[in-house]
Design a protein around this ligand. Structure first.
Ligand code: HSE
Length: 301
């Protein structure tokens, strides 16, 4: 493969927050939410300069270890070569380590930014390959898919990697996220899950996940029963007792509520005009975040 020709322009990528699993759809279902990070990149004669404002500023590395930079480097390898230097500016709104897809946003943003800098080399890296590459880096596809495609996505893994389809949830489905001060590490939350689960629990989740597709797209009256999960949420209680307690409290009040991704944020699916903000437990901030119909967008100027 020959080394790519790079654009002299400035590439801007806008990537949405996401909520994965949605209860029973472990590692598969996801929603894009109307909260965005923005990444701006351009070539430099040498070196790496990283500027971060907003979420993560002063915390994330500002060198080649930054997740956007690592992702861009990995993507340039797939595209056939590395540029001499890079300037990367991140304006972040997605809270870090809260189960709202900040790492998927950085990875999707990095892949798309690298592809656009390499003169939008979609012949080498088409959109399906972007999904596979980004999901491979993330380790699971359920945040990457809605981040890339927007709306409500069903993702799955085949031998060649991740695949996804996008559906439109009904506009009257109104997500509210309850974001705690406490952070969570997805890798640790995954380690709490058992290798084996009772067959009856697996069967329950299969039915609920299938029903959830119908509930989100056709009949929200079924959302409470359709968001029931037995595969991951309760196993994750150690370390996020308050989040799991909030999920149970909301559900007992008839609100379809789930852990957002691997937590510790909680996602509730409100109905039109329903104000859930008063149901935030101490230490949580409630935010209404509508479903974002669009996935990541890229512009070059
Ligand atoms: N499906 C992943 C998990 C989502 O639950 O570990 C992480 O955001």
């Amino acid at each position: 493969m020959s080394s790519p020709r790079y654009t002299d322009g400035v590439v801007r990528v806008r990537v949405p927050a996401t909520s994965a699993n949605l209860g029973p759809g472990y590692d598969s279902l996801g929603l894009a939410l109307d909260l965005h990070d923005e990444i701006e990149v351009r070539l430099a004669p040498s070196g790496i300069a990283v500027e971060v404002t907003g979420e993560g500023a002063g915390e994330v590395p500002r060198n080649q270890d930054h997740l956007v930079v690592r992702t861009m480097r990995h993507t340039f390898d797939q595209l056939g070569g590395q540029p001499a230097g890079l300037v990367v500016r991140c304006r972040n709104q997605i809270p870090h380590a809260r189960g709202l897809g900040s790492s998927a946003a950085a990875i999707v943003g990095g892949v798309l930014a690298a592809r656009a800098l390499a003169n939008d080399n979609a012949a080498v890296l088409d959109d399906a390959a972007v999904l596979r590459l980004a999901s491979g880096m993330e380790g699971h596809p359920d945040n990457v898919a809605p981040c890339l495609l927007g709306g409500f996505t069903i993702a799955w893994i085949e031998q060649d990697g991740a695949h996804a389809v996008r559906l439109s949830p009904l506009p009257r489905v109104a997500p509210v996220v309850f974001v705690p001060e406490q952070r969570g590490i997805t890798a640790q939350a995954r380690k709490l899950l058992p290798d084996r689960v009772p067959h009856s629990d697996a069967a329950t989740n299969v039915a609920r996940a299938a029903l959830l597709v119908h509930a989100l797209t056709s009949d929200p009256s079924l959302l409470l029963v359709a968001t029931e999960d037995r595969l991951h949420q309760d196993y994750r209680t150690p370390g996020m007792e308050h989040s799991i307690a909030l999920v149970h409290h909301l559900r007992a009040a008839g609100v379809p509520a789930v852990l957002s991704g691997a937590g510790p944020s909680v996602l509730a699916l409100a109905g039109p005009g329903e104000d859930l903000t008063g149901m935030a437990a101490p230490g949580f901030v409630a935010r209404s975040l509508p479903v974002c119909p669009d996935g990541a967008t890229v512009s070059v100027c």
